[in-house]
Structures are given as structure tokens and as C-alpha cells.
Design a binder for this molecule. Structure first.
Ligand SMILES: Cc1cc2nc3c(=O)[nH]c(=O)nc-3n(C[C@H](O)[C@H](O)[C@H](O)COP(=O)(O)O)c2cc1C
Length: 198
């Protein structure tokens, strides 16, 4: 099955051949152009540009009943200011994703330039293999979600269930920010800083 776009009114028709007559503007088949779905160009250098995109660096913490867990993420950003909402992108196989699905809350811990140790602990092995919170300096929010006291700052977030979207390997969670705090003197770690200094 092919897609055909009318070059007069832009109507798109689905079929092996273009229609005899455009159902919207009545022009003939000679006005239909095959619509080729736009795919990623395999020969392009788009990675050169995507690698230049800027990010911060965070540990996302959540819990599934008694099991607390967290993971490093650079894919996080503020969506709106009033009310404050943020979005995060989490791989579907991560234990952290399972925890967020289960309890509906997470904390976004903003890393500072002195938090390299937290990246190593939370970013390279799954909490399915070991207890990432053992000997960690953490506290619990009002909703019993852990946050890291050694990070530069933290936000407590509640997911908005009907705004959760699966995209291929990842899930985007959009969440309301309920609470948080931070150290005014800390220097936030960027993804670029991490790559340069790891
Ligand atoms: C610098 C860095 C950035 C990362 N960014 C993300 C991210 O944005 N989203 C994601 O799902 N995983 C990201 N990861 C990978 C997870 O932190 C990693 O797979 C983690 O071990 C998953 O842990 P879990 O299974 O305990 O949840 C990143 C890792 C590093 C080191």
C-alpha cells in the first residue's frame, strides 16, 4: 500500500495507485504525487549535531515497596514553570522505570561537579545486581521517596499518568514537581563536564 498526496489540496490517499479523482478537490490522478515516508538518512552526520546538544546530569531515585533504587540520567528538562513540571526519559529495562511505574513518584537529584562518585555508583550497573542505597547518605520525602543528601539539589516529582509516552526503547514521564531544595553554592554538573572529566 502506498501514500499519494494531492498537490492541489494536500489530501493524502492510501492505495496501490492514485485515485481517479481527489475526494476533496476533484482533480485527476495526474495531481497525485507519491508520498515517501521520511526516514532517518543513514548517510547523514546527524550524530555530530546531536552530540552537541546540552544536558545536565541527574540521579533519578524511586522505589518499589521496600526496594529503593536510582539511576543516572542526562535526559531531563523542565517543561512548564507554572505549575512546575518536568520530563525525564528512562530506558524501559531499567529497574528505576519499574519503580516509577509502581509508586508513581521519583526524585530528580541534581548533580554537582563534585558528585562523580554518584555517577559511577548509579550509572553503570543495575540495582537488580546490588543495593545502590547501601551506605548512601539519603533522606525520604513526605511521600517516602529517597533523595540524595550529597547531591547539589533535589526535586520531588509525581508522574502525570496520562502524559506517559513510550518511544521505542524509552519511556518519557512527565511529572508535577511537589517539593525540593538545593545548595546555592553548588556548581551543577553538565553532561559535557562529565564527559570531559570522567
Ligand atoms: C552519563 C550517563 C547518562 C545516562 N543517561 C541516561 C538517561 O538519560 N536515561 C536512561 O534511561 N539511562 C541513562 N543512563 C544509563 C542508566 O543510568 C544505567 O543504565 C543504570 O545502570 C540503570 O540502572 P537501574 O537498572 O538500576 O535503573 C545514563 C548513564 C550515564 C553514565
Amino acid at each position: 500500500m502506498k501514500l499519494w498526496r494531492c498537490d492541489v489540496c494536500n489530501h493524502v490517499f492510501e492505495g496501490d495507485t492514485p485515485p481517479e479523482k481527489c475526494p476533496v478537490c476533484n482533480v485527476g490522478p495526474e495531481h497525485f504525487v507519491e508520498e515517501i515516508p521520511k526516514e532517518h538518512n543513514p548517510g547523514s552526520n546527524m550524530k555530530t549535531a546531536t552530540r552537541m546538544m546540552s544536558y545536565g546530569l541527574y540521579v533519578i531515585c524511586s522505589r518499589k515497596e521496600d526496594k529503593m533504587n536510582g539511576q543516572v540520567a542526562n535526559a531531563a528538562f523542565q517543561v512548564t514553570t507554572n505549575p512546575t513540571t518536568i520530563a525525564i526519559s528512562v530506558h524501559q529495562e531499567n529497574l528505576t522505570k519499574e519503580c516509577i511505574d509502581d509508586c508513581g513518584y521519583f526524585t530528580l537529584n541534581v548533580l554537582g561537579t563534585d558528585n562523580m562518585k554518584l555517577v559511577r555508583r548509579f550509572g553503570f550497573r543495575s540495582g537488580r545486581e546490588f543495593d545502590k542505597f547501601k551506605n548512601m547518605n539519603y533522606e525520604l520525602t513526605d511521600n517516602q521517596v529517597p533523595y540524595l543528601k550529597d547531591a547539589a539539589g533535589w526535586l520531588e516529582c509525581r508522574i502525570i499518568p496520562d502524559k506517559t509516552v513510550n518511544i521505542g526503547t524509552h519511556t518519557i514521564f512527565v511529572a508535577d514537581v511537589l517539593d525540593g531544595d538545593g545548595s546555592k553554592d553548588a556548581e551543577a554538573m553538565t553532561y559535557a563536564y562529565y564527559r570531559k572529566n570522567k
